[in-house]
Design a protein around this ligand. Structure first.
Ligand code: GDP
Ligand code: ZN
Length: 288
């Protein structure tokens, strides 16, 4: 049979097939291959006397480390427009991380009760200039939650973003569970380590959502300087026109990306962030 792992606890995997959940163990061969099943994995399993044995893991589209989930297709990046203050560089980092994992991205601006309409418009137009979809919410008041839910269909979705922006408030509303106090999530994650409780996928609106937020740490260590440009989707329509096919859009002459920045077709803030990150990657390489 074939199904999707929605939960893993202490060596048991809970595999969903249609409306049924089967408790499964993994066969020993996974340990030899250093491949262990992850929540989100599509698996092939056998049933013997009511017990399930996973015999194959289907190829993954991606593999997130935190939360440990395979095949995530979409991230909703939550940022507060205020309190904590909106930080463009941090948003750019989250965007880059999601792009590097090949995720579809939606940006959620939360706490819109805290700023004026004009200030909000300015932030939305920044996101529109990059080309991402924006949802605005006042999670504490329950506003915007239905719109977020509508995005879940056919996806495995993870919520991410800095702390204090309202991720748990949003998750609790989506999942219809009682609000947990701020900090409870990280407490729960800490405890989770000891009981090897993994993130769980909850079926919702024709898709799945991870029951805890992800990507608290952002690491660019593994990104190659040639690949970085691929994580800036708004560069795509220009970069084939650069004079050199190896152009990384920094100091090269005849760079179509730089020209697009000068013509205001690419947001300068985004380009500056790209160059800053590129130089960070390059200086790291030189130190090694
Ligand atoms: P997390 O760290 O991202 O999970 O953030 P929390 O969900 O714990 O929220 C942090 C704080 O922001 C809490 O005190 C929430 O009550 C508050 N909060 C959440 N959503 C909103 C909102 O839409 N407007 C305002 N003003 N506060 C909110
Ligand atoms: Zn270029």
């Amino acid at each position: 049979m074939q199904g999707i792992i929605v939960k893993g606890i202490a060596g048991f995997y809970y595999v969903k097939v249609d409306e049924e959940i089967y408790e499964c163990k993994a066969r020993g061969k996974f340990r030899h291959n250093e491949l262990s099943p992850l929540v989100g994995d599509k698996v092939e399993f056998d049933l013997q006397n009511g017990k399930g044995f996973i015999k194959d893991i289907l190829p993954r589209t991606c593999e997130l480390i935190r939360p440990a989930i395979a095949n995530v297709s979409q991230a909703i990046i939550v940022f507060a427009v205020k309190n904590p203050d909106f930080n463009t560089d941090l948003l750019n980092k989250f965007l880059m991380q999601c792009e590097a994992n090949g995720l579809n991205v939606i940006i959620c601006f939360n706490k819109i009760d805290l700023i004026s309409k004009e200030e909000l418009e300015e932030k939305i137009s920044f996101i529109n200039s990059i080309g991402y979809k924006v949802i605005c919410s006042r999670a504490k008041q329950g506003e915007g939650i239905e719109e977020i839910k509508r995005q879940l269909q056919n996806n495995i979705t993870v919520l991410c973003g800095p702390s204090g922006v309202g991720k748990s408030t949003i998750l609790n509303s989506i999942l219809g569970r009682m609000a947990m106090k701020t900090g409870d999530i990280s407490e729960r994650l800490k405890r989770g380590k000891h009981t090897t409780r993994h993130c769980e996928l909850i079926e919702m609106e024709g898709g799945y959502i991870a029951d805890s937020p992800g990507f608290s740490s952002l690491d660019i260590g593994y990104i190659k300087k040639e690949d970085l440009q691929n994580y800036f989707p708004e560069f795509r329509e220009y970069k084939d026109n650069c004079k050199f096919s190896t152009c990384i859009h920094n100091k090269e002459p005849g760079c179509a990306v730089k020209e697009a920045v000068l013509n205001n077709n690419i947001n300068k803030n985004r380009y500056d962030f790209y160059v800053k990150t590129l130089e960070e990657i390059q200086s790291r390489r030189e130190w090694k």
